[in-house]
Design a protein around this ligand. Structure first.
Ligand code: MTE
Ligand code: MO
Length: 372
């Protein structure tokens, strides 16, 4: 059993798949803290978790002709200036289960919990690439990452990002060795993973073994044959993966974490809580909440850290305390977020349905009962 050596996990996690391990925290735990505690941070593994020895660990940095290749130990990585940032990581499949209700999709049944927030610390990728002699050149180029996890044929997990993002110090791409002040837990990439603020989880390669600068995007399955969006009418017979760009920055997202769908609340006042986040460093500027299915709206209160403009890498938690309208026996609660480019979420999921169930960011809806 290649999974026999996987780590022990927190019992509160809701498991979507045991081998490989995929699990999300329950919604009410997810928004209990602005920073998600490591043991309940969502986990998305495609393969068995490798067991790496920090003493013999090496990161290979391979450049095109004219650049130096580097072979870095953990101690070598610690010599670069240590950079620490709070960022939210979201899987492209977060909220996929809502797409499944429209029509079957291929993928794990994530609810609203394939998203979490941590403080990550490590070396900036731009500093490491600069040490190897890289300069941003005019031609299109990509930085490819390879994990040390692999399938029985020896194929490793891989992904890439554009070189321009990797080289931009303001983009703050990290080779992270700490998560919330601790060495990375095994499930989250021990000893080193990539952290790409504002970008889909799939590019944050864990158990990082190799970084290379290439003229083309990574040839990995997960870069080329997965994690892309398509029209609702495209099916598995007609899909052409080469026709769509790989997902990088994610669209604006929000969800209600309390109350839960189907819950019963007392009449009087109801407290509604949730999260909101947008990709590419775009800040969430407003969250609108409706108690009547979207007819009327109230503006929620945003909690959490103030963030730099264009570098809003982390979510905002939000809440709204509202009187329950008199005589109501049930409420259709809806939330939707607006980012600083005034991007909004679509009102329903059907027009954004896609065969892989990614980019699911329609208004989030929760139906609850009221006792008099
Ligand atoms: N890196 C490796 N090496 N192997 C993987 O399976 N999964 C990716 C990414 N990096 C993956 C990986 C995906 S799809 C996501 S969403 C994030 O890791 C999840 O990170 P987490 O498990 O720390 O939450
Ligand atoms: Mo993912």
């Amino acid at each position: 059993d290649p999974y026999a050596d996987d780590p022990v996990r927190h019992p509160a996690l809701k498991v979507n798949s045991q081998r490989p391990f995929n699990a999300e925290p329950p919604p009410e735990l997810l928004t209990e803290n602005y920073i998600t505690p490591n043991p309940i941070f969502f986990t998305r593994n495609h393969l068995p978790v490798p067991n790496l020895d920090p003493e013999t660990y090496r990161l290979h940095v391979v450049g095109p002709p004219g650049c130096q290749s580097l072979c870095l130990s953990l101690d070598d990585l610690y010599q670069f200036p240590k950079h620490e940032i709070t960022i939210t990581l979201q899987c492209a499949g977060n909220r996929r289960s809502e797409m499944t209700r429209i029509k079957e999709v291929k993928g794990l049944e994530w609810n609203t919990g394939a998203i979490s927030t941590a403080r990550w610390a490590g070396a900036r990728l731009c500093d490491v690439l600069a040490k190897a002699g890289h300069q941003l050149c005019g031609t299109e180029a990509h930085v490819c990452f390879e994990g040390l996890d692999s399938d029985p044929t020896g194929t490793a997990y891989g992904a890439s990002i554009p070189l321009a993002r990797a080289m931009d110090p303001e983009a703050e791409v990290l080779l992270a060795y700490e998560m919330n002040g601790q060495p990375l837990p095994r499930d989250h990439g021990f000893p080193v993973r990539v952290v790409v603020p504002g970008v889909v989880g799939a590019r944050h390669v864990k158990w990082l073994g190799k970084v290379s600068v290439e003229p083309e995007e990574s040839y990995s399955h997960w870069q080329r044959r997965d994690y892309k969006g398509f029209s609702p009418s495209v099916d598995w017979d007609t899909v052409d993966f080469d026709s769509a760009p790989s997902i990088q920055e994610l669209p604006v997202q929000s969800a209600i974490t309390e109350p839960k769908d189907g819950e019963t609340v007392q009449s009087g006042e109801v407290t509604i809580k949730g999260y909101a986040w947008s990709g590419g460093g775009r800040a969430v500027v407003r969250v609108d909440v409706s108690l009547d299915g979207g007819l009327t709206w109230q503006v929620a209160e945003l909690d959490g850290e103030e963030q730099c403009p264009r570098k809003a890498w982390a979510w905002r938690l939000w809440q709204l305390q509202a009187p329950v309208p008199a005589g109501k026996k049930e409420l259709n609660i809806v939330c939707k977020a607006v980012d600083d480019s005034y991007n909004v979420q679509p009102d329903t999921v059907a027009p954004i349905w896609n065969l892989r169930g990614v980019l699911s960011n329609a208004w989030h809806r929760v139906h609850i009962h009221v006792t008099p």
